[in-house]
Design a protein around this ligand. Structure first.
Ligand code: HEC
Ligand code: HEC
Length: 318
């Protein structure tokens, strides 16, 4: 009998040691890196393209990168007690070494499609795999332009301190870049209203990311496969890290936009004012720079999205 206990004891001790080694490996070894690449991209120079680039950057990048100096100089991006650690976004102004001055256009294009940076680290937060090649070029042109937002800033945000959980997820490969084959992507013609509206709501702007069930389960590559697609209920932080649940944007008569008119929708999206007069939380960006035609196309597309009877107000009350 004593012999059995002894063997059991050795086994347990070996197991404990093994776990300790795995934990030490997770905690102390550097994060994995991924091969950076360069994609062919055409950078436009005309003012119409720059205006498009500006619209995309102002709603998509300022959210996380707008610093105290009013430039895209980086800021604390994780909330207090964030399970993934203390994460700062980077200085993406034109500063030669503190910003992205040394990135080539092709490296920036690869980063925005896949999240892999030129040093091989990984930015999982804002992938634009379905943005058209034309608009990707416009976005990069704007980052290179003389706009005040992107002029060199001296700001130097500290590197991310990832938590044990974040490191474990990445090192066990549960959270890693999903690099898909990169094919040419054309902008759908604005005359095809539903297709263009879908493009705006899923590929160019991040409506579906905030308005589906959860950031953790969205599908960047095939947006329609995201659980709770456009049904709302996702927990979105406003700039002061208060959590606001996103709204159901499907045409549910009881819980979504089924009773709204297109004019009411346009007003809410451009200015943040709901039909009942309530002003939406700043967790919902304002799309004032987008034309009535753009918003009209998004509205046309939302009519085709499967209705979800998700009662966000009941969730909010919990
Ligand atoms: C949800 C937040 C978020 C959004 C939105 C976002 N980023 Fe980032 N970005 C980050 C974080 C956080 C990092 C730093 C990642 C790290 O340190 O591992 C980063 C890193 C980067 C880098 C790498 C910089 C370097 O030093 O290598 C670039 C370039 C970049 N972002 C560009 C953009 C652009 C362009 C947009 C808009 C299309 C954008 N980001 C939108 C959070 C975001
Ligand atoms: C960064 C996250 C985020 C993005 C991106 C976003 N929204 Fe929202 N949206 C929210 C949140 C959160 C609310 C709820 C705000 C509140 O209740 O005060 C909201 C509310 C709304 C509402 C009001 C609905 C209602 O019932 O009151 C509309 C309409 C809307 N969003 C449309 C859009 C469209 C269209 C897009 C893309 C062009 C978009 N949103 C992109 C977070 C987002």
């Amino acid at each position: 009998m004593r012999k059995v206990f002894k063997i059991l004891g050795y086994l347990l001790a070996t197991l404990a040691l093994l776990l300790l080694c795995v934990a030490a490996w997770v905690k102390f070894t550097p994060m994995p890196t991924y091969a950076p690449k360069s994609l062919p991209v055409v950078i436009p120079t005309d003012s119409a393209a720059l205006a498009v680039g500006r619209k995309i950057v102002e709603v998509e990048c300022t959210l996380c990168h707008l610093g105290d100096d009013g430039k895209l100089s980086g800021r604390l991006f994780s909330k207090p007690d964030d399970p993934f650690g203390v994460i700062w976004s980077r200085n993406i102004t034109q500063h030669p070494n503190k910003g992205i001055g040394t990135y080539t256009d092709g490296e920036l294009a690869y980063l925005l499609r896949t999240g892999v940076t030129r040093t091989g680290s990984w930015m999982p937060y804002m992938l634009l795999p379905n943005l058209s090649d034309e608009h990707l070029g416009a976005l990069i042109a704007y980052l290179r332009s003389d706009a005040p937002l992107v002029q060199p800033s001296e700001s130097d945000p500290p590197p991310a301190k990832y938590s044990f959980l974040a490191k474990a997820l990445v090192k066990f490969g549960l959270f890693a870049p999903k690099v898909q084959e990169i094919k040419p992507i054309e902008t759908p013609p604005a005359t095809d209203k539903v297709a263009y509206g879908k493009y705006l709501a899923t590929a160019m702007l991040s409506c579906f990311k905030c308005h589906s069930a959860s950031f953790e389960t969205i599908d960047d590559f095939t947006p329609e496969n995201s659980p709770g697609f456009f049904g709302g209920g996702n927990k979105v932080d406003d700039p002061s890290f208060n959590v606001v649940l996103s709204s159901n944007l499907t045409m549910s008569k009881d819980f979504g936009l089924g009773q709204w008119t297109e004019d009411q929708f346009r007003l809410a999206v451009q200015t943040g004012q709901r039909p009942d007069g309530r002003i939406l939380s700043p967790a919902m960006p304002r799309f004032a720079a987008f034309s009535d035609d753009d918003i009209s196309a998004i509205w046309a597309y939302l009519q085709t999205v499967p209705v979800l009877e998700n009662n966000v107000q009941a969730l909010q009350a919990k």
